[in-house]
Design a protein around this ligand. Structure first.
Ligand code: G1P
Ligand code: ZN
Length: 545
């Protein structure tokens, strides 16, 4: 095997976004494009040389090609030991688990999460550091800066590693271990949850559930854990085989894209519990019979019930949520007497808080929930948490459990409206216009509401003092309702405007009303203030979650 130094030239636009570098597959297929980014990671993370690296992805198109390239580059850059999932499969939380368990120096996750896959779809790569979490901004910025001056990359010549067979081999001087993608992760789940109680629930003859893996990475994990280990009947997991194009679907577990699951849970003879996960297994959606649990409520509920789950019985250090996520968790934190942190969008901001022992649970409105068991959000973990809650509250439906929660804490009515593929200039103009209005908005009255404060969210990390700005325009009203405007950092086409709407409803007689109905006045205000229709050229959002 020969080590080669291949001359290259920088590509523009290799700055990682909210969650790694995401581009169309065709962009990644350009000669040297992936290699430049990977070499930049090795260059700014010298401790990868001589260390362990974890590599895996969600099974999407181009994964196998990219993995073989990365293996050869890792060997050429002095990595000592490389762990890769069988068939190249590893969910994002499983990568995080493996990095931590095997004291790896880092990991490379090959995924564009919930973005569609296939030759015309998206591809992505994300570097995780030795704590198991997404690289913080100082690292992603260093990688980006390096990509702008890169002149060559290192790679070994040689034949492909057979990723189909579990076992070890040597590539140059690097030990490659093809591992079972599920085993370590399943063991971690078993250490956190009451598997005995959950398997009794699964097998008691009255409880039924459906898990939609959306043709993506969680299929093997859900089958191994829910069906094989916990005894749920075969067929509980649907769409359980990862496909390179996710069956042509959009593997995003929400009401718009997980339509098969939604219709099962809304249908006759619906199961009691439904859940779905996204392309790379870090997102989750929780459903009851004809009932949708918002991710913000799910986080609050998980926090309120944590004492009944073995791994969390000793209490929570604190909770963190991204700024656009509703304040439902804050109410639980206040009652528990623990801190609640508000961070910018993206999981990478939770890592420092978890490493410092300041928080145990974290969540985002974008169907992300997790805890300090790993440093990524974790779809199946959230599903198992809910199953543990249902197993300890045997006669309660999902809807009842949520209703009781709202009765105790009030309801943070919540919705997100997305305008996708909007003209980038128009979206920038909309935000710039809002920026200009920030000074004059406070004090203005809209119907029964008055704006108390308006700002562009910025954050100072309480652990290392690093700052992050431009987190989204936030309007907070005197009745504690909020409107947030933000542009997506994960899209690959045009701009996506996200509009986040939240109001607080203490009155139990109004708790069962539809969120869009309850939020209608706020939606109208958001339009009046930002002129969303005019800038986007749309009458209504593309996706409502
Ligand atoms: C979106 C979500 C964000 C999440 C990220 C990665 O980012 O809004 O909460 O962390 O995907 O899953 P956005 O496109 O809004 O930048
Ligand atoms: Zn994801």
């Amino acid at each position: 095997m020969t080590l080669r130094l291949i001359p290259t030239h920088p590509f523009s636009g290799q700055r990682p976004g909210t969650s790694g570098l995401r581009k169309k597959v065709a962009v990644f297929q350009q000669p040297h494009y992936l290699e430049n980014f990977v070499q930049a990671v090795f260059d700014v993370q010298p401790k990868l040389a001589g260390g362990t690296l974890v590599v895996g992805g969600d099974g999407r198109y181009y994964n196998p090609t990219a993995i073989q390239t990365i293996l050869r580059m890792a060997a050429a850059n002095g990595v000592k030991r490389l762990l890769v999932g069988q068939h190249g499969i590893l969910s994002t939380p499983a990568v995080s688990c493996l990095i931590r368990k095997h004291s790896a120096a880092g990991g490379l996750v090959l995924s564009a999460s919930h973005n569609p896959g296939g030759p015309d779809g998206d591809f992505g790569i994300k570097f995780n550091t030795d704590n198991g979490g997404p690289a913080p901004e100082k690292v992603t910025e260093a990688v980006y800066v390096r990509t702008k001056t890169i002149e060559a990359y290192r790679i070994l010549d040689g034949i492909d590693v057979d990723l189909g067979i579990i076992g070890g081999s040597i590539l140059g001087t690097m030990a490659v271990e093809v591992i079972d993608p599920v085993a370590d992760y399943a063991e971690l789940m078993e250490s956190l949850f009451d598997f005995e109680a959950i398997s009794q629930l699964m097998q008691d003859g009255t409880f039924r559930m459906c898990f939609d893996a959306m043709h993506a990475v969680t299929g093997p994990y859900a089958r191994a854990i829910l069906e094989n280990r916990l005894g749920a009947p075969r067929g509980t997991v649907i769409n359980g085989i990862p496909k390179p194009d996710f069956g042509g679907a959009h593997p995003d577990p929400n009401l718009a894209h997980a339509q098969e699951l939604v219709s099962i849970l809304n249908g006759h003879d619906a199961p009691a519990f439904g859940a779905a996960s996204d392309g790379d297994g870090d997102r989750n959606m929780i459903l009851g019979q004809r009932f949708f649990v918002t991710p913000s409520d799910s986080l609050a509920l998980i926090a309120a019930h944590a004492h009944s789950v073995p791994g969390y019985r000793n209490g929570l250090a604190g909770i963190a949520r991204s700024m656009p996520t509703s304040g439902a968790a804050d109410r639980v934190a206040a009652q528990l007497g623990i801190p609640c942190f508000e961070t910018p969008t993206g999981w990478k901001f939770f890592g420092n808080l978890m490493d410092a022992g300041k928080v145990t649970l974290c969540g985002e409105e974008s169907f992300g929930t997790g805890s300090s068991h790993v440093r990524e959000k974790d779809g199946l973990w959230a599903v198992l948490f809910w199953l543990n809650i249902l197993a300890t509250q045997r006669n309660q439906s999902v809807a009842n459990i949520v209703a009781q929660h709202w009765q105790q804490f009030g309801r943070n009515v919540y919705s997100r409206h997305d305008y996708e593929g909007v003209d980038s200039n128009a979206a920038q103009d909309l935000m710039a216009n809002l920026h200009r209005a920030l000074q004059t908005l406070p004090g203005q009255q809209y119907g029964e509401r008055r704006i108390l404060c308006a700002d562009d969210f910025s954050y100072t990390d309480p652990v290392d003092g690093s700052t992050s700005s431009g987190g989204g325009i936030r309007l907070i009203f005197d009745d504690s309702s909020r409107i947030v405007y933000r542009l997506s950092g994960t899209g690959t086409e045009g701009a996506t405007l996200r509009l986040y709407l939240e109001s607080y409803e203490p009155d139990p007689t109004r708790h069962t009303a539809d969120a869009q109905f309850l939020l209608a006045p706020l939606i109208q205000i958001s339009e009046t203030i930002a002129d969303v229709r005019r800038y986007t050229g749309r009458d209504q959002p593309d996706v409502i979650t």
